[in-house]
Ligand binder design. Structure first.
Ligand code: WQD
Length: 339
């Protein structure tokens, strides 16, 4: 089966391309390289031994997307391409709504035009806002997201749901990711944010590698075991494998007009300080960090109840936070020595 992977040169997208290939799928990448670069494609080739078709443009461009659908004849789409930094979305909300929502609308229309039926959407636990109950299940009521980024994901889920229920003949899943971290064990692909990282782990690894002076921990006055935020940190390779399972679940649906939502997390929550301590322990490095003020848009604590994805998709987190932090550091050392 040939699968379009939008944002396939990105962090989660590139790891998913590798797992799709391993599972016998034929991935095709569209990516505008806003938050990535072509070295990632080289890394994918070194891991898989294959040059997958790559189209460099923005998914908001309907005509270019149509051209690729005409040429490639897809069996499914995994849609990663989106802006994803919580803090940045608070500063630039219009950019986030325009980029994250319009690209989805383009794909929905073009998929309908070309009768492509299977769609997997990259959603996020940020749709829960600050949940009243923990761990969050798929039935936990969504709350006004704490950031424009989270809101674009909530809006996108509603668009997909309403579209599927209008019976255009598609089957769709929204995967609500928790916090993806780590890198491929080969250290040939990993997280490669352009500019100053907004996410915790790449900032940590760049600080430990001496590229940043010090990490600022955003707030230590939260109502948690050590005052810092709690997150569900999931290894990016485990998350990538969940997309293979999602495509297999869709393929197994006899009828179209099918839509469902899954939390994809480990089911365990750790604080920022616990992650920092684990990073130092498993890698034998000391991290420079200071405690600073809270960051707008952050929720205090969130982690998944993963029963549904375990039971329905038979997907389980296989790697630990320690594995991810080891892999992230190995990747950082690799790219730092290459610079
Ligand atoms: C994690 C924690 C920060 C940076 C991410 C993705 C988002 C979505 C959900 C998939 C927070 C703290 C961070 C720093 C810090 N994923 N932090 N210092 O905000 O949970 O969102 O997961 O869809 O796309 O961005 O992740 O890594 O930015 O922050 O103290 O320099 O680390 O306050 O508590 P977040 P993050």
């Amino acid at each position: 089966m040939k699968i379009l992977v939008t944002g396939g040169a990105g962090f989660i997208g590139s790891h998913t391309v590798v797992e799709l290939d391993k599972a016998g799928f034929k991935p095709v990448i569209i990516d505008n390289l806003y938050n990535s670069n072509k070295d990632v494609l080289e890394g994918i080739k070194q891991i898989t031994g294959k040059d997958f078709p790559f189209y460099e443009f923005d998914c908001n461009d309907t005509e270019k997307v149509r051209t690729v659908f005409e040429k490639e004849k897809f069996d499914g789409v995994i849609h990663f391409a989106a802006y994803k930094a919580v803090g940045e979305s608070v500063e630039k909300p219009l950019n986030y709504y325009e980029n994250n929502v319009i690209s989805l609308l383009v794909l929905m229309r073009v998929m309908k035009e070309f009768n492509v039926t299977n769609f997997v959407f990259s959603s996020s636990c940020t749709v829960y806002g600050q949940p009243d109950e923990l761990p969050v299940t798929e039935n936990t009521p969504r709350k006004p997201a704490a950031s424009p980024y989270g809101n674009t994901k909530a809006i996108a889920e509603d668009i997909i749901r309403d579209h599927v229920y209008s019976k255009p003949g598609i089957k769709a899943l929204s995967l609500r990711y928790f916090n993806p971290i780590g890198a491929h064990e080969s250290a040939l692909i990993g997280e490669l944010p352009n500019g100053v990282p907004s996410n915790l782990v790449p900032y940590i690894t760049q600080t430990a590698a001496g590229l940043r002076k010090s990490l600022t921990v955003f707030g230590s006055d939260y109502n948690t075991v050590d005052g810092t935020c709690v997150r569900d940190f999931i290894h990016v390779v485990d998350l990538a494998k969940a997309h293979v399972k999602a495509l297999e679940l869709l393929d197994a649906q006899s009828s179209t007009d099918f839509y469902d939502v899954f939390n994809v997390g480990t089911g365990e929550g750790y604080t920022v300080l616990q992650l920092i301590n684990t990073f130092e322990e498993v890698n034998g490095v000391k991290l420079n960090y200071t405690i600073g003020p809270r960051r707008d848009g952050d929720v205090e604590k969130i982690y998944a109840q993963s029963d549904k994805v375990n039971n329905v998709m038979k997907w389980y987190a296989e790697k630990t936070m320690a594995d991810a932090l080891r892999d992230a550091w190995k990747w950082q050392l690799k790219i730092t020595t290459q610079q």
